[in-house]
Design a protein around this ligand. Structure first.
Ligand SMILES: Nc1nc2c(ncn2[C@@H]2O[C@H](COP(=O)(O)OP(=O)(O)OP(=O)(O)O)[C@@H](O)[C@H]2O)c(=O)[nH]1
Ligand SMILES: [Mg+2]
Length: 330
């Protein structure tokens, strides 16, 4: 077999042409830059702003955010890429004492993210003392690099901020940052610091990808988020949303989406539907507007409500609804 070879003039030509095959081989010499990539688990108590931070890092409204605790129920990947790094964030449910099977599922989702992460970002509400107390205990339970994020720093006056920094600069954390996730203050600085802690590695995901979750996941979350915003008391916590149909139609016609809102009891179904169907129409309209913004196209949204008795306590229901089933109950 004849060996392919290049003679010297050919090589010289390739080297001087940036588009030549050899130019690629020279790149490491021309750009001695290190690329870093890895997983960062965002963990903390419920409602401290973990998902808001994820959205702020990405500059996209990827994760559901509401003023209520326990908004996030499962892990969500959010991928940030630039020329020098790829930070793969894992947003997690807030850590809480489990009261029923869904809670145990949520806790396992959060704890498993810690195992998968190269770096942990522990988030606290800087203006809420119990959240700060939690940080001290958490720092002791973690091996590997951990960064503390004092989020909601806007709730603390300037002198208090310095005190906080001093209080947590105690060797338990690899770094301490203050952020306001809602207005972006401190977010770029924290993002840069996180990148620096990641191992040298090529990108783990395509650099133009924002998440590995399917579009259906985001659509279901937008509907659940709307339920959390619009329904009172305990009702929204009994809501699970599943997309039954998602169909793009010929040009000019809106995408057809049919979603099933599961609740635990008949009485909750009555509340979600509302008198004369008023509540479900409102949920439908508000969800549709969000979904259209997210997808960038017109949508026809059909919502239906179904009772799945005590689904939060039943492993087989959790499985059908796509939740992680806690290990002991599998
Ligand atoms: N003032 C202030 N509010 C914030 C900040 N970050 C988030 N919030 C608000 O805090 C609330 C909770 O935010 P989330 O991002 O849903 O909190 P989370 O930690 O993901 O909550 P769970 O998913 O329930 O664990 C929302 O109303 C946010 O708008 C912040 O920096 N300052
Ligand atoms: Mg969240």
């Amino acid at each position: 077999m004849r060996e392919a070879h290049l003679d010297l003039p050919q090589v010289t030509r390739l080297l001087v042409q940036p588009s030549g095959t050899f130019a690629g081989l020279l790149q490491p010499l021309v750009r001695p830059m290190t690329f870093r990539a890895g997983f960062v688990a965002i963990v903390g108590l419920p409602n401290v702003g973990k998902s808001t931070l994820l959205n702020a890092f990405l500059g996209e409204r990827l994760a559901a955010v509401t003023p209520r605790a326990q908004t996030t129920q499962r892990r969500l990947l959010g991928i940030y890429s630039n020329d020098t790094a790829q930070v793969v964030f894992i947003d997690t449910p807030g850590l809480l004492e489990p009261r029923y099977t869904l809670h145990r599922s949520m806790r396992e989702e959060a704890l498993s993210a810690l195992e998968d992460a190269d770096l942990v970002l522990a988030v606290v509400d800087a203006g809420f003392e119990p959240s700060l107390d939690w940080a001290a205990g958490f720092a002791q339970s973690i091996r590997g690099p951990t960064i503390l994020c004092l989020n909601k720093i806007d709730r603390v006056e300037a002198p208090g901020r310095e005190e906080l920094r001093a209080r947590f600069t105690n060797g338990a954390w690899d770094a301490v940052y203050g952020t306001c996730a809602t207005n972006g203050e401190g977010v770029p600085e924290l993002l840069e610091a996180l990148s620096g802690f990641l191992p040298e590695s090529p990108p783990l995901y395509p650099v133009d990808e924002l998440s590995d979750a399917p579009v259906r996941h985001f659509v279901a979350e937008l509907i659940r988020e709307t339920c959390l915003e619009e329904l009172a008391d305990e009702v929204p916590y009994a809501v699970a949303v599943r997309i039954e149909e998602f169909r793009d139609r010929e040009s000019g016609r809106p995408t057809y989406i049919e979603a099933l809102i599961h609740v635990e009891r008949e009485s909750q179904k009555g509340i979600v539907v509302g008198a004369g169907g008023r509540t479900i129409r409102k949920l439908g309209t508000r969800s549709r507007v969000k979904i259209e913004r997210f997808l960038g196209r017109r949508v026809y949204l059909r919502l239906r409500v179904k009772v799945l008795p005590n689904w939060r306590k039943k492993t087989h229901h959790l499985r059908v609804l796509g939740f992680r089933v806690p290990a002991q109950e599998n």
